[in-house]
Design a protein around this ligand. Structure first.
Ligand SMILES: C[S@@+](CC[C@H](N)C(=O)[O-])C[C@H]1O[C@@H](n2cnc3c(N)ncnc32)[C@H](O)[C@@H]1O
Length: 209
């Protein structure tokens, strides 16, 4: 990631982790970091507590799923959900990889050819003075496009309808286009809270032009 890139997330650390979560971060996480010699099929950006990453892993047992999230309490929550009491990853989650930091570090690094990229409830940064912190600007969308397989899909969901319109405007300045494909999407923790107070989330599915 370029040093001068603007931070798009809030905190990296929240309340103190339990002893179990601390040991999972220390002992289990390093082995789950993405490896250069392994093809990754699906990326989820900003997975929060990781419930949707877990769904993806179960729905796609033969595909490798990478979740990127800089909020360490979220990373620890996902680890806790996929590991047994000894810190071993449960069989059904063995296809999960975790990058515990800003996804742009991974994306700037490679040309992954992901089949799917998921971004559910990206931080909307609603105040005008924070607009520059919005992740899904045209530059970032082009970076996603560069890392997408030719027939790959980017699936975005937000309950912040102003951000939804803003993203669609950004798409105009990219080599991506909106499609009317559909996709099954589970409710995430953030969505259940419905922070923006809207009736329902809206989804955007993008492919390369
Ligand atoms: C509003 S939360 C939504 C979490 C989850 N997707 C859900 O729906 O419950 C947005 C998440 O995106 C993460 N995020 C923001 N910028 C990011 C970046 N550059 N790379 C990876 N994750 C990022 C934040 O840390 C935060 O956990």
């Amino acid at each position: 990631m370029e040093k001068q890139e603007i931070r798009t997330f809030g905190r990296r650390h929240g309340k103190k982790l339990s002893a179990r979560k601390e040991s999972l971060v220390r002992d289990t996480l390093p082995a789950l970091c993405p490896r250069a010699d392994e093809k990754i099929d699906i990326l989820e950006i900003g997975f929060g507590s990781g419930e949707h990453v877990r769904e993806l892993a179960i729905a796609n047992p033969n595909r490798i799923i990478l979740g990127a999230e800089p909020f360490m309490n979220g990373v620890a929550a996902l680890l806790s959900g996929i590991c047994d009491e000894n810190g071993a990853v449960l069989d059904e989650y063995k296809n999960i990889r975790i990058f515990p930091d800003d996804v742009r570090i991974v994306l700037n690094d490679g040309n992954y050819g992901f089949d799917e990229i998921w971004i559910l409830h990206p931080d909307p940064w609603p105040k005008a003075r924070h607009e520059k912190r919005r992740l899904l600007n045209a530059d970032f969308l082009n970076l996603l496009s560069k890392n997408l397989a030719t027939d790959g899909k980017i699936i975005i969901g937000t309950d912040h309808w102003e951000y939804y319109d803003w993203i669609l405007n950004q798409v105009k300045n990219t080599n991506l286009c909106e499609t009317n494909l559909s996709h099954d999407i589970i409710q995430t923790r953030y969505q259940k809270k419905n922070m923006a107070g809207t009736a329902e989330p809206k989804y955007i599915i993008l492919t390369r032009r």
